[in-house]
Design a protein around this ligand. Structure first.
Ligand SMILES: [Zn+2]
Ligand SMILES: [Zn+2]
Length: 345
């Protein structure tokens, strides 16, 4: 009897194993595919009332698995706006199920690759997923060259796909973005976009050696959000951020940044102290950021474009903003990829 039970148990085990190995995986893949398609349709069903920010990239040029490079999305009035589109942006936007087909405009802070490399991909992917309106790309002088370059890169892809049903009806220029270069050379700031209560201003910041690098301020439904772009401590930014609800600002942590230099030296890398100095001059230290936030009297600070890029965990993030709370009274948050801020709350 025991032998028969053991035999039956073995048969059951083998059958269960076979079931797990051959029946379950295909079912899981089927479910995965169903979900991916239904999410695409959910993303198109936009909540017209939602007013929110979404961090689609919080890292800097050093690659870090859990932080893509510069990307911030704004949802307002049923439309999607992007502030920079570094590498990895379209992947992050899809992961968050954001309505990429409603992409209305992109605002570039400057033309460093960690802020623009993903733009061609975002434009192409939003179109193949169903975007049917043109996208305006605002940015400093040189933005039109950038778009011409992306148009050339994607030329053959766009031509081939435009012949397919459902993808016709737009010109290549509408698909791959329309440049709106902003020239602020004699001015400190002005409104560059205003539609249905969404007002966006551009202002100059200090990011050597770019002649024009911008920060942006968004006003909508009585809230003001200021975005720094890449900058050293900027007086125009302090003026633009005065009394803002949110300041989303880049930063480097001086201590961690020095550790990168020391580690490079230990590993025999040729460390040019002047180069490290130049990086520091092009950005804002965490402590300077805290001081300027206090001076501008902003309601809250989100730290992004982290230099050096650190893992997305609370220990690393606490080390990054160490000492800021002694200089700024408001709440300080280290932004993470995937983080959302609902602005009506
Ligand atoms: Zn930069
Ligand atoms: Zn940058």
């Amino acid at each position: 009897v025991t032998g028969r039970i053991a035999f039956l148990a073995a048969v059951v085990l083998v059958l269960t194993g076979a079931l797990a190995a051959h029946v379950l995986p295909p079912r899981l893949v089927d479910a995965f595919i169903d979900r991916a398609v239904s999410e695409t349709f959910e993303a198109r069903a936009v909540d017209e009332d939602r007013f929110a920010l979404h961090f689609c990239g919080t890292g800097s040029p050093q690659h870090q698995a859990d932080r893509s490079q510069s990307c911030l999305a704004l949802l307002a009035g049923g439309r999607l706006f992007l502030f920079d589109a570094g590498p990895g942006s379209s992947q992050r936007l899809r992961e968050a199920n954001l309505p990429i087909t409603r992409l209305e405009a992109v605002f570039l802070t400057h033309l460093h690759s960690d802020h623009v490399s993903g733009l061609g991909d975002v434009l192409q992917v939003s179109w193949t997923y169903g975007r049917r309106g043109p996208v305006e790309v605002y940015g400093p002088p040189g933005s039109a060259d950038l778009l011409d370059g992306f148009a050339l890169v994607f030329q053959h892809d766009v031509e081939e796909r435009r012949g397919k049903s459902g993808l016709d009806g737009m010109t290549a220029g509408e698909i791959m973005g329309q440049a709106r270069e902003i020239d602020l050379s004699p001015q400190s700031g002005r409104v560059v976009y205003e539609r249905d209560g969404v007002v966006i201003r551009a202002f100059t910041v200090v990011h050597p050696s770019w002649e024009q690098a911008f920060g942006y301020s968004i006003s909508h439904r009585g809230k003001t959000i200021v975005i720094s772009g890449d900058t050293n401590v900027s007086q125009t930014l302090i003026a633009e951020a005065a009394g803002a609800d949110l300041l989303i600002h880049e930063a480097y942590n001086a201590r961690l940044f020095n550790r990168v230099g020391a580690a490079l030296e230990r590993h025999g890398g040729d460390v040019d102290p002047e180069r490290l100095e130049q990086v520091a001059e092009a950005h804002t230290s965490t402590h300077d950021l805290a001081r300027l936030a206090q001076e501008a009297g902003v309601g809250a600070v989100y730290v992004t474009h982290l230099i050096p890029s650190i893992p997305a965990n609370r220990w690393a993030e606490a080390a990054f903003i160490e000492g800021m709370d002694r200089l700024y009274d408001g709440p300080i948050t280290v932004a993470r990829d995937g983080m959302q801020i609902e602005l009506d709350d």
